[in-house]
Ligand binder design. Structure first.
Ligand code: HEC
Ligand code: HEC
Length: 308
């Protein structure tokens, strides 16, 4: 047996070692710019609080203190009783409305965890000055919003230790993970279908090349579609707008013409024709058109003229 694979492995280890050493020489990061975030910078972003209280900073605040702070910082938008001013969110009330046509979703009626209240206020409120409240102020205001929802007494003091123990009424209606399966099938472990034979029917099919599509329209989908195309490309220039005396596709303009018979009209269209109204050039001036194409275009025009 050759010792070649081991040799390759040794080289790889050596190269990896070199790469690591290289990285250590460049504290500026993988791409050579930036710098590692400091503990202080990370702390500025790492402010999320979880339902079990993880992430809460040390501190406390009473309903009593909260009332004053709430009046100062929050009532102008959310109302003194959390009833919401104008279209600003309602923070209190709405019990037993979730099954109604217009449920009132508030901290008391809808929210699952007090941690969301603390986190939201600390992170985002007051609306015009987010992250301006201290930890203690946030505890006090959170306690007061709970008080407005009749969930705590007026002597309640919220702390880092008791926040998680307060249960919101709607919490049991939140559950997870979603028990509904992503797929309905059971997994096949043996004698499974040959994957190469499975076709995905909803996948977009490649479009037919242009030329084939035109042929198909002419044969299968009906000659009229092709005739309409000829009319629109070559004849409508004059006939749609009744330019230079060309009869528009109005019955009144065609009565006498139809009376002379279709063969005459087709011949006039192919060979050209000067009548009282003006000059119809041979094939409308587009001599590259075959006689059949011009004839079909006349059919289309007559069909349009004679449509009820
Ligand atoms: C200038 C008006 C204004 C002030 C002042 C204000 N808020 Fe808000 N508050 C809002 C708006 C607007 C929203 C909705 C924001 C959104 O949906 O993005 C909101 C949302 C909230 C919510 C979430 C409501 C919900 O059910 O989704 C809470 C809780 C809240 N504010 C608490 C407070 C507290 C506490 C204060 C005082 C510290 C405060 N707000 C001050 C305007 C204000
Ligand atoms: C440059 C303008 C012009 C173009 C393009 C044109 N026509 Fe006409 N066509 C006329 C005019 C003008 C008349 C009326 C002549 C008269 O009755 O004095 C006319 C009349 C006709 C008539 C009636 C003939 C009759 O016997 O009364 C038919 C049919 C007709 N055109 C078919 C076509 C078809 C099909 C095309 C396209 C391939 C086409 N025309 C393109 C100007 C045009």
């Amino acid at each position: 047996m050759s010792r070649y694979p081991e040799f390759i492995a040794l080289i790889c280890v050596a190269l990896a070692g070199n790469a690591l050493a290289e990285n250590h020489k460049k504290p500026a990061g993988h791409y050579g710019y930036g710098k590692p975030a400091t503990a202080e910078e990370i702390a500025g972003w790492d402010i999320d609080v979880r339902p079990d209280g993880l992430g809460l900073p040390p501190g406390s605040g009473s309903v009593e203190d909260g009332e004053m702070l709430y009046e100062t910082h929050c009532a102008v938008c959310h109302g003194s009783f959390g009833e919401g001013v104008g279209r600003y969110p309602v923070l209190a009330g709405g019990e037993d409305t979730l099954m109604e046509d217009r449920p009132e979703k508030t901290v008391g009626s809808y929210w699952p965890y007090v941690s969301t209240l603390w986190d939201y206020i600390y992170r985002a409120m007051p609306f015009t000055a987010p992250q301006s409240l201290t930890h203690d102020e946030t505890y006090a205001i959170s306690a007061y919003v709970l008080y407005l929802n009749d969930l705590v007494d007026d002597d309640f003091v919220m702390t880092q230790d008791n926040m998680a123990s307060i249960e919101l009424p709607n919490q049991p209606n939140f559950f997870g993970p979603d028990p509904r399966p992503d797929v309905q099938n059971t997994r096949c472990m043996k004698d499974c279908k040959d994957v190469s034979k499975i076709t995905i029917l909803s996948e977009p099919q490649p479009t037919e090349p242009e030329a084939e599509a035109v042929v198909e329209v002419a044969s299968a989908a009906g000659a009229m579609a092709a005739a309409e195309q000829t009319y629109k490309s070559y004849c409508s220039v004059c006939h749609a707008q009744a330019i230079a005396g060309a009869p528009a596709l109005e019955p009144a303009d065609w009565e006498s013409r139809i009376a002379q018979g279709k063969d005459v009209m087709v011949r006039h269209a192919i060979e050209g024709f000067q009548g009282d109204a003006g000059v119809m050039p041979p094939k409308g001036g587009f001599v590259q058109l075959s006689d059949d194409e011009v004839s079909a275009a006349v059919d289309y025009m007559l069909q349009q003229v004679q449509q009820p």
